[in-house]
Design a protein around this ligand. Sequence first.
Ligand code: G3H
Length: 537
Amino acid sequence: MDLLSFYPDEQAIPSSVKLTSDYEQREYLINGKMLSWHGPMNPVVSPVYIREGKEYKQKIIGSTPLLTSTEALMALDAAVEAYNLGQGQWPMMTVSERIRHVEIFLGKMREKRQEVVNLLMWEIGKPQKDSEKEFDRTCDYILDTINALKELDRRSSAFVQEQGIMGQIRRVPLGVALCMGPYNYPLNETFSTLFPALIMGNTVVFKPAKYGVLLVRPLLEAFRTSFPPGVINVIYGRGRDTVGAMMETGKIDVFAFIGTNKGANELKKAHPKSHRLRAILGLDAKNLAIILPDADLDNAVNECLLGSLSFNGQRCTAIKIIFVHQAICEKFMQKFCEAVSKLKPGMPWDAGASITPLPEPGKTDYLKNLVEDAVQQGAKIMNEQGGTTVNTFFYPAVLFPVNDKMKVYYEEQFGPVVPIRAFAEEKEVIEYVLHSNFGQQLSIFGKNSKTIAHFIDTFASQVGRININAQCQRGPDTFPFNGRKDSAEGTLSVADALRSFSIRSLVATKINEENKKIIGNIIRNRESAFLSTDYIF
Ligand code: G3H
């Protein structure tokens, strides 16, 4: 298979996915104003190469502003001012009013679906169906967040009485949030922290991911016009020039970050008063699949294929190592490699294409190196053409048998390399999980309930989610999403995120006639936004 032949020439690109706009982006959003940058720009290089005669050229689709610490600090000041020590218009607003602003944004966002989906394909090489799914899932997430907040508010509108004291407990914002997302879900993962942060009354500085940056541009105007000035500020540039400077001021109260644990650690350390910083982090993972001897092989193969190779393995939840019981290893391997050989390479917009170009510069070299290291230590590439590299294409490599001398045994490959190990005894798998630095999820495939139950009880203290006869995944988004060890800090789900970006505050008083009268007046006359029994429908 000639991977080069999958890169198109200009004429072969369907008009529906062609980028029409000029994507030299100079705008950034601070304090409700769209500012224009005249300094250095960062080219946005697509993972897609275009054939020109006999040559192949990587497509440059635009550029983004390389802002400096000066602009980052301006954005931070705008967010600090809009929060105004909790006295700003946004944090003081009623929940229903804040919901109204988010609904306005959502309406405007939906109008930009096609443009954002096209940019997802061009910027990060995500297949069209997955790009559409990411957009729709994000809109659903925002809508679910609104509904979860209504529910939370309804529950908080009641008074509690205990030991002669009555009180009302509500959730209030934390302050200024810095939200940063990853390149593999640049819309969904970022917005799944950004919107809970906003809707709970925090003000935000949002810095888009390293790749998947331009796709925020069609939404900038919607941000500007849907929220009061300073509530949402959007900046661009290198993390080391912008984010560190903001952290060092100590003015960030919430740090929402999806990336590496190394990066998160460094940034957290830059905050002068770390006890004032709440961190919500989605970090590295090395999720494993365990295939037991009685597993339904077709299902295990299908789920492991999706789990390890959808979006070329570039999911934090991807299955990144497979342990197969030796009794069925040969059969599993044969079926798995057969299934891999049916995956179609292509451009993100090609129907049915799932092996698409990788967006990170140097990524194919890194993966090649990982495979070579494993081969040197005794692994074989089990599938035809496994590991073939052409420009930004990396054909999936199935490696077997892997062992603890190989880098791929521990490192998160975040790409289309599938390491497989055969095991004879359960303790081999258990040792791996117990001593792993990561603890996000794992998948168990089998039928014997006793064996599965034993694994469940062993692993419940090790990972955030145990999947039975199914791949690892984040969804449904109402389920808690977290991790242990180096994999995460805090829990996200539609409802949990609202808690993560807020803190409880309560009004309490001794139950006596005078206090009842005061509280009654405040409520009847609607004198307070906090102390209220208003019910949001
Ligand atoms: O990259 C991490 C994503 O949160 C994974 O989400 O399991 O729905 O692909 P997913």
